[in-house]
Ligand binder design. Structure first.
Ligand code: SF4
Length: 343
């Protein structure tokens, strides 16, 4: 499956990315008895300066995708091209240099900051690791970064526990910005925060994007937040992207039955429209990524399942205007076939 793009300044292109984790059995001699297919053939691209939202329920593989892009997990298969360079092929020094350009903001600002380090040490660490600044220059740079993320620059000697959740996430953002990256994977950066703080962090990320020309992959399960921040949105289910389109196109014209079900659950602020909202309830559990269903992996829960869905896997195709979907309902071949059977 290859995603082609005709125009635009592509900064990141992910091709058929796979991340499988082995299932091992045996206490002394362990043998592999299968794989958890956390990410199973994901392809997309991101243009410079844009935000691609990646949404899906927990466990669908979106965070693993983020980590595999950064090479925090070495992918089982596929390619990750950053400015044309395949990160999956890089090692040692070359990989470290590339990591300076790609950073990550983590979900949990409580767990991702070392409680024994001061803010100066936390934010300054990447500056030292990459040989950018040390001593007084490092201290000044950390103070500048704190000011940029809306924190008091004189707090550099404080420890993470002395800050609120929102402030800790600001520290995490300052650390990601320290090496002046081009691309940031934001892995559910607001889901551990109080609702009242979430908007502030989103606004900060948007301001920083504008000031620094940053590109984001914004991973989240909250569709309203993703709509607010993203230029385009990709929907993930059980290790695969099932639909991807321009933000407004996806929210106004969702094609994949899974996207339609997800969006039908999002409350609408207008009470009249909200009254008429029809929820699509999906039955059954999400299958295990250790044993995904044959054919379309959504067929066990799809309200519009057809015979072919149980046999064959739908291709991820552009149905027009860079609106990609993996579903036989939009494949001409199936339409023809069903005409023959029903005719
Ligand atoms: Fe549903 Fe079939 Fe489309 Fe899969 S391919 S989403 S099972 S209609």
């Amino acid at each position: 499956m290859e995603i082609t793009q005709k125009n635009g300044n592509i900064i990141l292109r992910v091709e058929n990315l796979k991340m499988y984790f082995p299932i091992l059995r045996g206490l002394i001699i362990q043998r592999k008895i299968g794989d958890i297919k956390a990410v199973d053939g994901v392809s997309f691209f991101i243009r410079r300066g844009e935000t691609l939202g990646l949404v899906g329920e927990s466990g669908c593989g979106k965070s693993t995708t983020g980590r595999a892009i950064l090479q925090l997990y070495r992918p089982t298969g596929g390619h990750v091209y950053f400015e044309g360079k395949d990160l999956t092929k890089l090692k040692g020094r070359e990989l470290r240099q590339m990591r300076r350009r790609i950073q990550m903001i983590f979900q949990d600002p409580y767990a991702s900051l070392n409680p024994r380090m001061t803010v100066e040490a936390i934010v300054g660490e990447p500056l030292e690791v990459h040989g950018i600044a040390k001593g007084k220059a490092k201290r000044e740079r950390v103070q500048e970064l704190l000011a940029q993320v809306g924190l008091n620059p004189y707090f550099i000697n404080r420890y993470p526990h002395e800050f609120s959740g929102g402030q800790r996430q600001r520290i995490g953002i300052a650390r990601a910005l320290a090496v002046d990256p081009d691309f940031i994977v934001c892995d559910e950066p607001i889901s551990a925060l109080d609702v009242s703080i979430q908007a502030q962090i989103i606004n900060l990320l948007q301001d920083l994007q504008e000031q620094r020309g940053l590109t984001y992959l914004f991973i989240a399960h909250d569709l309203s937040v993703v709509r607010h921040i993203s230029d385009r949105v990709a929907v993930m289910y059980l290790g695969k992207i099932v639909e991807m389109a321009d933000r407004d196109e996806l929210y106004e014209n969702p094609l994949h039955p899974y996207t339609q079900a997800l969006l039908s659950a999002v409350p609408i602020p207008d009470p009249e429209v909200e009254m008429k909202r029809q929820r699509i309830i999906l039955h059954g559990e999400v299958p295990s990524p250790a044993n995904p269903p044959k054919g379309c992996n959504f067929h066990t829960r799809c309200p519009r399942v057809m015979d072919i869905c149980r046999e064959k896997e739908p291709a991820f195709v552009d149905v027009g205007g860079e609106h990609f979907v993996a579903c036989f309902l939009y494949s001409d071949k199936v339409a023809e076939e069903s005409e023959v059977t029903t005719g």
